[in-house]
Design a protein around this ligand. Sequence first.
Ligand SMILES: Nc1ncnc2c1ncn2[C@@H]1O[C@H](COP(=O)(O)OP(=O)(O)OP(=O)(O)O)[C@@H](O)[C@H]1O
Ligand SMILES: [Mg+2]
Length: 108
Amino acid sequence: MSFAAVDLEPKIIDVEGAEELGEPIRTIEFKDVFFTYPNTSIKVLNGISFKVSGGEFLGVMGHTGAGKTTILKLLMRYYTPDSGQVLVNGRPIAPTLPLIPSVKQWAS
Ligand SMILES: Nc1ncnc2c1ncn2[C@@H]1O[C@H](COP(=O)(O)OP(=O)(O)OP(=O)(O)O)[C@@H](O)[C@H]1O
Ligand SMILES: [Mg+2]
């Protein structure tokens, strides 16, 4: 007997030697990020760039399906950008940093 979900191998894994962030999150930056969901053709993010520092607020506006939640999914490493970089404290989150527990708490 097999369990389809349990048997899935995660596609996003930390590289060997990945470093813990080991410090509070000070900045979050998207640099020219492009993303299309696997097996689809809609280009959801087309060169998104922003930088936000602790204590600042960033408002993201867009119609339903514009890609707002997708930005958070990439930050949480549920998906990997097709190109561009996501940086925390100036360090690329993939593949050099493991999944960031404190970022995952923001998911709700
Ligand atoms: N898992 C997925 N697989 C394929 N396409 C997806 C997936 N999740 C979202 N999409 C598509 O990606 C686009 C962006 O979706 P996203 O959820 O980021 O929009 P949103 O701006 O958060 O919308 P809303 O205001 O409704 O919350 C939409 O066209 C959506 O249909
Ligand atoms: Mg949303």
